[in-house]
Design a protein around this ligand. Structure first.
Ligand SMILES: [Zn+2]
Length: 242
């Protein structure tokens, strides 16, 4: 059921999706890893779209160098935990969404408690190991996931639909690099709007999935100001999803 207030708030989206799909969004639970640049666009759109519950995980505090692209925060937040600031803002943006936050990192040791009862995992950290772990857990637990990645002037959005013949992260990238310095925003630089574009695309795909549609078997690449999509099949040599 939707209240009169919810019907009013989501009226333009309901015109497109219908009430039943809006109810599906209301009953949906999303795990979001990372409240940085990608999360700064992803989280507000998830909340404003009417996702019912969000569990946000981030270990960091706000730093001045974050402010050029992590638009959930301003100078008054420097030194504060990102999860706390983000949760307060998101609740004010839409009190109809419940937002929980955890100051921590998603890991092999704790993932069970984080993914428990979640309908989707949305990964927007700057940790390459976390992206592979999310992909593995998505397959193992049969929970859809979307992984977002950025660097310099490019990024990608990688949806994983778990047990539906969809490729996983290892089908394309196999394994995280070993003994290699991984480029990050701090070392390579980043164009300020890019994480917002990637986070918005992740929110779009998440709302599409949670309202009743399926992921397309594609990876979305953002390069030099334009989108490119690549059709993706399972790698017959993948040790994870086959
Ligand atoms: Zn695979």
């Amino acid at each position: 059921m939707l209240s009169n207030s919810e019907i009013a708030r989501y009226s333009r989206q309901i015109l497109l999706l219908g009430k039943n799909s809006q109810i599906k969004l209301k009953n949906s639970r999303a795990l979001v890893l990372g409240a940085g640049g990608i999360g700064s666009a992803l989280l507000p759109y998830l909340v404003s779209s009417g996702i019912g519950y969000i569990r946000l995980v981030d270990p960091d505090v706000v730093e001045e160098s974050n402010l050029s692209r992590q638009i959930l925060y301003n100078a008054e937040h420097i030194g504060a935990l990102k999860g706390a600031v983000a949760a307060e803002y998101l609740t004010s943006l839409n009190p109809q969404t419940e937002v929980d936050w955890i100051s921590g990192r998603f890991s092999n040791e704790n993932y069970n408690s984080y993914v428990d009862s979640m309908d989707i995992i949305l990964e927007g950290t700057d940790d390459i190991q976390c992206k592979f772990l999310v992909s593995d857990i998505s397959i193992k637990k049969n929970i859809p996931a979307i992984i977002g990645s950025i660097g310099n002037v490019q990024g990608h959005v990688f949806p994983i639909a778990a047990k539906t013949g969809h490729a996983c992260y290892r089908c394309l990238f196999e394994a995280p690099p070993v003994n290699e310095v991984i480029p990050t925003c701090a070392t390579e630089g980043i164009l300020s709007p890019l994480p917002g574009i990637i986070g918005s695309m992740m929110a779009y795909l998440a709302v599409d999935l949670l309202s009743g549609n399926n992921f397309l078997k594609k990876i979305y690449l953002m390069e030099k100001g334009g989108w490119r999509t690549i059709s993706l099949s399972q790698n017959p040599h993948c040790k994870c999803c086959l």
